[in-house]
Design a protein around this ligand. Structure first.
Ligand code: ZN
Length: 688
């Protein structure tokens, strides 16, 4: 193999343009063998007593080169794929993940880790935390079980993998089994031109005349939101709620089986239930606590929720007369959209001219520079994977290089969808007293420039850029000496705090003034337009929140209170009935008896763990970001001292301390959900 394989020699200036698909497998085989040897040596009984450095630090570093190379391959496959690269990635990925998941099951390593834990070595707080987390991680993977227990756990995992895959396939197949073709143009009444064009294109692709609609997200949402024909909306709604709930794609039995297996797994490992197993390493710590959090939010949302539902009925009466019935489940989105248009008259397109991409990015950097005391410097001429990519350095106030990153904002055929941040290399303080710079990337699929004009973004797209940049700062500003605890390697319900908090600056006039300017006239957003945008933000916010809370509550209830017996007693039926009855309280309309949306809830059941017991995290993180931003509100949204505090107590700390302690250090108290309620317009502030 050539010695100059760039995947074997990664440093902070990655030569993206020199990496070829043919180098992937040779490099990863070398790195896998290297990591394997290191792990074997670590697992062997040593001649001298083990220390933290010889065991834990060595374990932390053992897989670094392998993981960095794999991250880079995965990254390139995501932004500049080719059939060769995809094949190489598909070949490498299972080998690497199999190796990584074998580590906590290695008996020699488990013994080694326990020896260090039992030792009397003087350790720093970060070292103690890493040691404890390593011990816990091994335990949670079954390191402490006897052979029979390990065998049983293995059987549970194998079955879970198999049936959660089947669950996903059933959802996909039953979604694809539905189509609805309209051939009479009059029946399209109500739909916006974009949805009609998409349906036309869809029909053409299938060699059909007319307009073809499906249960896929955009098509389904367009029908439910806009189509005037209520009978057709009902047909779509019922079909969607029955997805994967009947033969030949029936998931109802699989849901029960997945819950049973997860419960067995939790019991084997010594937990009361699956939620406690999953949440032990999260900020919420226990299932019951996460559930309590959701019920508490629901109690503050329900009055407004009922009010919104009464308003919608009144709106319908105004349109159709006093005898019009309450909106059915398939009517809610339709009337809500009509009401939104009448009340708010806010068109997202109106603000685009104020958000040219280069200006938004410059403004965002300026805000981060003054808040966090850093400098972001563009580095033209770096090796990149596409001409559209920009490279930057992040420097500390004294000029020290903290990290480099690359931005890649527009769609391409060779790039996957969505927006994301990825860590390509995790740096931090080095043993010699120096500092190893981080490397990260931020990607999106934002509106492209047309002609000579810059790309003009929607406000939501501006939020997306700020969001991913927040993740990037969490990565690039990390000063954690332990790689596994650095940057964004934090609890799942904490990781969105640095990203979501950045979105707040997209709503503050003071901050908007720095970057929201008309791309031709340089005028700021007219105050009336900004006010309309802010008002539209809270439209039916209680309904949106109740829906999320309902999903989170069903998720936790199923994973906490799982006893086939108990829910049968409560509902006299199956898990499908149980889920429907629970969801009913969070729905603005009656759920029909055949409603079985739990059968297509892929978030919860599409892989052995998936988001099972974790759906609440969305709301949890929103509470954190709204409340943390409250300190900026109180002290000045551009106050550099507050910014420095956020940098020192959150952005630099990764998982080196308990996130609850980090939060308290920044905010001076426990998180308070009132800031979120206020942001959603669910709180009248008189009481405070
Ligand atoms: Zn995020």
């Amino acid at each position: 193999m050539p010695l100059d394989n760039p995947l074997l020699n990664l440093d902070s200036r990655i030569q993206f343009d020199q990496i070829q698909a043919g180098q992937v497998m040779p490099a990863l085989e070398t790195l896998l063998a290297e990591a394997n040897r290191t792990v074997e040596v670590l697992a062997r009984e040593p001649a001298v007593p083990r220390t933290y450095a010889s065991t834990l630090t060595a374990l932390d570093m053992a897989t670094e080169r392998l993981e960095d190379a794999m991250a880079l391959v995965r990254h390139l496959e995501g932004v500049a794929t080719s059939p060769e690269l995809r094949a190489a990635n598909n070949e490498a990925e299972p080998l690497v993940s199999e190796f990584l998941s074998s580590i906590p099951l290695n008996p020699g390593l488990w013994k080694a880790v326990k020896q260090v834990a039992a030792g009397e070595e003087e350790l720093s707080a970060v070292e103690r935390r890493f040691l404890k987390k390593t011990v816990d991680g091994f335990r949670r993977h079954g390191a402490e079980l006897d052979d029979e227990g390990k065998q049983k756990l293995q059987e549970v995992e194998v079955e879970l993998t198999r049936i959660t895959t089947k669950f996903s396939e059933n959802v996909l197949d039953s979604t694809n089994a539905f189509e609805y073709v309209i051939t009479d143009e009059a029946q399209l009444a109500g739909l916006p031109p974009s949805a009609i064009a998409a349906a036309k294109q869809n029909a053409e692709a299938k060699g059909m005349a007319g307009w073809r609609f499906t249960l896929q997200g955009p098509s389904y949402a367009a029908i439910l939101t806009y189509l005037d024909d209520g009978k057709v909306r009902e047909h779509f709604y019922r079909a969607s709620m029955r997805r994967a709930a009947e033969a030949p794609f029936d998931n109802s039995g699989l849901v029960e089986r997945i819950l049973t297996l997860r419960h067995q797994k939790a019991h084997l490992l010594g937990y009361f239930n699956f939620a406690d197993l999953v949440l032990e390493e999260r900020m919420s710590k226990r299932g019951a606590r996460a559930l309590e959090f959701l019920y508490e939010l629901a109690s503050h949302t329900s009055d407004r929720f009922l009010q919104e539902n009464r308003d919608l009925l009144a709106f319908r009466h105004k349109l159709e007369g006093d005898f019009a019935p309450e909106p059915a489940a398939w009517d809610v989105a339709y009337y809500a959209e009509k009401m939104r248009r009448e009340r708010y008259d806010f068109d997202e397109e109106e603000v685009r001219p104020y958000f040219p991409l280069p200006q938004v990015v410059r403004g965002m950097f300026a805000i981060a520079e003054s808040l966090f005391g850093i400098r972001v410097v563009e580095r033209p001429g770096l090796s990149v994977w596409n001409v559209d990519v920009h490279g930057y350095d992040v420097q500390d106030a004294d000029g020290q290089l903290l990290g480099s990153f690359y931005s890649d904002w527009h769609p391409r055929e060779t790039k996957r969808g969505g927006a994301w941040m990825d860590a390509l290399r995790t740096g931090g303080p080095a043993a010699d007293g120096g500092f190893t710079p981080h490397v990260g990337i931020i990607c999106g699929n934002l509106t492209e420039p047309i002609g000579d004009a810059p790309a003009l973004l929607t406000h939501r797209e501006v939020e997306t850029i700020f969001h991913e940049f927040g993740h990037l700062l969490h990565h690039c500003l990390s000063r954690v000496p332990v790689r596994s605890l650095a940057g964004t390697n934090v609890a799942w319900d904490f990781v969105e705090l640095p990203s979501q908090i950045m979105e707040n600056w997209c709503w503050e006039t003071e901050a908007l003034d720095l970057f929201a300017r008309h791309y031709q006239s340089h005028a700021p957003i007219p105050p009336e337009l900004l006010a309309k945008m802010k008002r539209a933000r809270t439209f039916r916010a209680a309904n949106t929140q109740m829906r999320q809370l309902g999903f989170g509550i069903v998720d936790l209830q199923l994973h906490i209170d799982f006893e086939a017996k108990s829910y049968r007693e409560k509902t006299g039926g199956t898990v499908v009935d149980y889920a429907r009855i629970m969801m009913q309280s969070y729905s603005p309309a009656d759920l029909p008896a055949e409603h079985a949306s739990i059968c297509s809830f892929t978030h919860l059941f599409s892989s052995p763990v998936a988001y099972g017991s974790g759906y609440y995290s969305y709301k949890w993180a929103e509470v954190l970001d709204a409340d943390a931003f409250g300190r900026f509100r109180e002290e000045g949204v551009l106050n550099p001292e507050t910014g420095r505090a956020f940098r020192e107590m959150i952005l630099e700390k990764g998982d080196s301390e308990d996130p609850e302690d980090l939060y308290r250090a920044f905010r001076g108290r426990e998180p308070d959900h009132r800031a979120l309620l206020e942001r959603l317009g669910l709180l009248t502030l008189q009481s405070d």
